[in-house]
Write a protein that binds this ligand. Structure first.
Ligand code: ARG
Ligand code: ZN
Length: 880
């Protein structure tokens, strides 16, 4: 069944108030829901009322206090129909259901994790708890009473403020919570169990004292300190940057170890995958710390962008996700290095969103149809959605953007809104027309820009021609010209920005203190700058001002210039990165023709210049010295991909650069030896990042892993330890040293699943054919579980998305491994199975032999046993 955006109709009935009672029991939890129903104005009295359900056991129903007989109400596992509701405008509907949290392996609705009770309701999990109008535009005020065994379940939590708690005798107790803010059912949460807590407080700008609590497994409280610190910084930042304050007296976060995604923004009670809460230097890497900071902020920021203003329907998902990702990106940029954050985000966008947008799973940022909404929590909705908000900010300038945001919060607070309403606020506040801009939400695919330049010395003009094009990723999708903001500068000899007298051929924007912006709206623009005294080099898409590709690239000479001189750090990295990519592609061709892989002299020169340039910040230098990944190269090549050739080529180029710059890397490695105690901040993380790049390069240069072994022995934190173990294992997988180091790691962290996940991932990503068998064997290793999403992602997911060589093994065994695993996982957890399946989306880009084997493996999944709707949806689109 396909759901269509165009079919949206408001609900005939609304639910003003929802009173829930949970009598918790491991296998028979009784849920009563007392719903204060209201017929919407204009709806005929007596119109039948259908509530959503999913796998429910119905016990009974009462309407206005009287038992509803079989004629009045018909209930199946998946729906409850009130055939002839009271004619009065309002009435109460009481429903009793029974659910089995222990049998709930989907981790949607009410389930058990680590002996505790936990919920996940977004997108449609609430209907697995009770019958409801489970749609985001039905906002209700919730009161929740939870009853449970006091000894096993001392902690009883739900949204909002605590109202009451007490004893029930018989060893049972209860608690009541009330959330004054009307919310859709997907924001409901319950947690009950036995955990330790870290407590703190925060005073909002207007003086509200907020209690902050983070719940984690007993004994792990110290590892929640960083998350608490990140939370307080997020709360302050949202006040300062967006003028948004917290609105309840308590804010709680619960960390659980079985969770389908990263975290969930339930009102006042965020539930987190524990890997995004727990951190200390011994167990977490710098990357883990950065993710925790970003996700804590993301979920907190949802309180306004998602909760206070929610989505009218699930097609508007990017309204909350794209905007909230933009907000968390800005937060991290302010907390750390802005250019480093931007480069990281762009790399992520290119690695995940660009391939999605050019393959069989492409969809608009606001989809128009779906079969299973859980399959649309995608890089396109999240990351491209954030890029659209960023473009708005670029086009309108800081002031115009802030005015639009303010109007949005003022006008739609308490509502379930649409993208049109969001855009209207900016159009109105900044007095501009955003009709064409809105195409970004509706047209799938990555636009391409072709840009050429011509300098006329006598006329002192500089002409820039820009062609935009959009290849529809799916036959029949629209591709009208879009609004593309190109942040630019004309760079003079030393990189300084040249002035110009006038520009014709495109609208330009110049906001105070920001780069100039060319606003592209037509298929072709011929832009002329006048009064240009010397021949400039054009620096465009500064800061990656639009999510587009640029083919062909700027002339090689210009890029070498920009890689040394561009005053925008992003564009300087971009120039260098594209030069490295060019060499890697050439090297891949060479390898395919039986020749050795090498880097060009020019690349060696610039690489060693950057490596030795101490004026750059360490983290930035580390990024510049990291070659594009094999998957990046594959994406750039695009078709008839041979992952083995790419692997050989990248390794050859790496060795060449490493040897050529060996002395610089040795100096870096030595100079950046840790001196102070570990600090997870940007500065320390930057030192470690650069030093670890140097370590990798030195091992390549020497064709020896001695230094990695030494680093492993010296490491006093997980960042250095995991990196050294990875280098050792990947470069010398058969060595005794690697085997011993892996065993030592396993022994040290056998009781810490989220740390052991690193051990699984390092082994799953060893770039050699035999890893297929290793992964097979690891599914039987102690510590692995087919039921835990984190284990599955760290072993199976890492293998399929982070190991091009083994996954794409020419005999097809890698695909078979993945598909067999998916079949097994699908029976218990369709959402995770469907997500893993997306690893096969680029099968058409492979060389013919692998292409055929991949296709056969995918098709075999569709035959035989029934697969879930989640998985069927991904498979069918992948093969279509
Ligand atoms: N809203 C959550 C977040 O962005 C993610 C929920 C994902 N839900 C899903 N069904 N995949 O933080
Ligand atoms: Zn989110």
């Amino acid at each position: 069944q396909v759901i269509r955006l165009g079919d949206y109709r408001p609900s005939d009935y609304l639910i003003d108030k929802t009173d829930l009672v949970f009598r918790l029991d491991p296998t028979r939890t009784r849920v009563t829901a007392k719903l204060q129903m209201r017929r919407r104005a204009g709806v005929a009295p007596g119109t039948p009322l259908t509530l959503d359900g999913d796998g429910l056991t119905f016990v009974g129903a009462r309407i206005d206090g009287a038992d509803a007989g079989d004629n009045a109400v018909s209930a199946t596992a998946d729906a409850l129909v009130v055939n002839a509701p009271p004619a009065s405008e309002t009435f109460t509907l009481e429903i009793e259901t029974v659910v089995d949290p222990t049998a709930n392996t989907q981790l949607m609705g009410l389930y058990r994790t680590g002996g505790n009770y936990c919920t996940q309701c977004e997108a449609e999990g609430f209907r697995r708890i009770t019958y409801f109008l489970d749609r985001p535009d039905v906002l209700s005020v919730y009161a929740v009473r939870i009853e449970a065994d006091r000894k096993d379940v001392p902690l009883l939590l739900s949204n909002g403020n605590p109202v009451e708690n007490g004893d029930l005798g018989d060893g049972r107790h209860y608690a009541v919570w009330h959330d004054p803010h009307p919310k859709p059912s997907y924001l409901f949460a319950l947690f009950a169990g036995n955990l330790g807590v870290v407590e703190d407080e925060f005073t909002t700008a207007s003086g509200r004292l907020v209690t902050l609590k983070i719940y984690v497994e007993h004994g792990k409280e110290p590892r929640a300190a960083y998350a608490m610190d990140a939370l307080k910084r997020s709360m302050r930042w949202d006040e300062e940057r967006f003028g948004l304050e917290y609105d309840l007296d308590i804010f709680q976060i619960v960390a659980v170890s079985d969770f389908n995604m990263g975290a969930m923004e339930n009102k006042g009670l965020n539930i987190f995958n524990d890997k995004y809460v727990l951190a200390d230097p011994r167990t977490a890497t710098d990357q883990d710390y950065a993710s925790i900071e970003a996700i804590i902020a993301h979920e907190y920021f949802h309180n306004w962008t998602g909760n206070r203003i929610t989505c009218r329907d699930w097609f508007q998902l990017c309204l909350k996700e794209g905007l909230t990702v933009y907000r968390d990106q800005e937060f991290s940029a302010d907390m750390r290095s802005r250019p480093v954050k931007r480069i990281g985000d762009v790399r992520l966008l290119r690695a995940h969103q660009f391939p999605e947008d050019s393959g069989p799973l492409a969809h608009p940022v606001r989809p128009r149809t779906y079969r299973e909404i859980n399959n649309f929590y995608t890089a396109t909705v999240y990351e491209k959605g954030a890029e659209i908000v960023r473009m708005l900010r670029t086009l309108l300038g800081a002031k115009g953007f802030a005015a639009g945001m303010d109007l949005y919060f003022q006008r739609h607070d308490g509502e379930a809104a649409t993208i049109e309403q969001f855009l209207a606020c900016f159009a109105e506040a900044a007095q501009t027309d955003l009709t064409q801009f809105a195409l970004w939400y509706d047209q799938p695919g990555t636009p391409n820009l072709a840009i050429t330049t011509r300098y006329d010395r006598t006329a002192r003009t500089f002409a820039v021609t820009v062609n935009q094009s959009l290849k529809p990723p799916v036959a029949g999708t629209p591709n009208a010209p879009m609004v593309i903001p190109i942040a630019f500068a004309l760079a003079g000899k030393n990189g300084s920005t040249l002035d110009h007298d006038a520009v014709s051929g495109a609208r330009t924007m110049q906001h105070e203190g920001e780069d100039g912006v060319l606003v592209i709206t037509e298929p072709k623009h011929e832009i002329v700058f006048t009064g240009i005294a010397e021949e400039p080099v054009l620096s465009v898409l500064r800061g990656f001002s639009a999510p587009v590709t640029r083919v062909p690239q700027a002339p090689t000479r210009d890029r070498f210039f920009l890689a040394r001189h561009d005053s925008d750090p992003f564009s300087r990295w971009e120039a260098l990165n594209s030069l490295a990519m060019e060499d890697l592609i050439k090297a891949t061709r060479a390898v395919s023709a039986g020749d050795p892989a090498a880097a060009s002299d020019a690349l060696v020169d610039i690489f060693s210049a950057v490596a030795g340039d101490g004026t750059f910040d360490n983290a930035y230098r580390a990024l510049c010295l990291t070659l594009p990944a094999e998957t990046d190269i594959a994406r750039e090549i695009g078709r008839d991909i041979d992952p083995d050739a790419i692997n050989k080529a990248r390794r050859g180029v790496t060795e060449h650069l490493a040897k050529a710059c060996e002395r610089v890397f040795a100096r870096i490695y030595h100079e950046l030896q840790p001196r102070n105690a570990y600090d997870p901040g940007a500065e320390g993380a930057g030192r470690r990042a650069l030093r670890n790049v140097a370590l990798t390069m030195l091992c390549h240069a020497a064709r020896s892993t001695d230094l990695a072994e030494q680093a492993l022995a010296e490491a006093d934190n997980m960042t250095d330890r995991a990196h050294a173990l990875m280098v050792l294992t990947h470069l010398a997988p058969e060595s005794e040293a690697a085997a011993q180091a892996l065993e030592a790691f396993r022994t040290a962290f056998r009781a810490e699943p989220i740390v052991l996940d690193k051990w699984f991932t390092i082994q799953a990503t060893v770039p050699r054919a035999e890893t297929v068998e290793t992964v097979q064997a690891l599914t039987k290793a102690p510590g692995f579980s087919w039921d835990n999403p984190n284990r599955l992602r760290s072993l199976i997911g890492a293998f399929a998305t982070g190991n091009p060589v083994a996954f794409n093994r020419a005999d097809g065994k890698g695909y078979e491994l993945l598909c067999a695993a998916i079949r097994r996982i699908d029976a218990k957890n369709p959402q995770v199975a469907a997500r893993l399946m997306t690893a096969m989306r680029a099968w058409r880009n492979l060389e013919p032999g692998r292409r055929q084997r991949a296709k056969t493996a995918i098709e075999s999944l569709r035959r035989g046993d029934r697969v879930s709707r989640d998985l069927a949806d991904i498979i069918d689109r992948t093969l279509a």
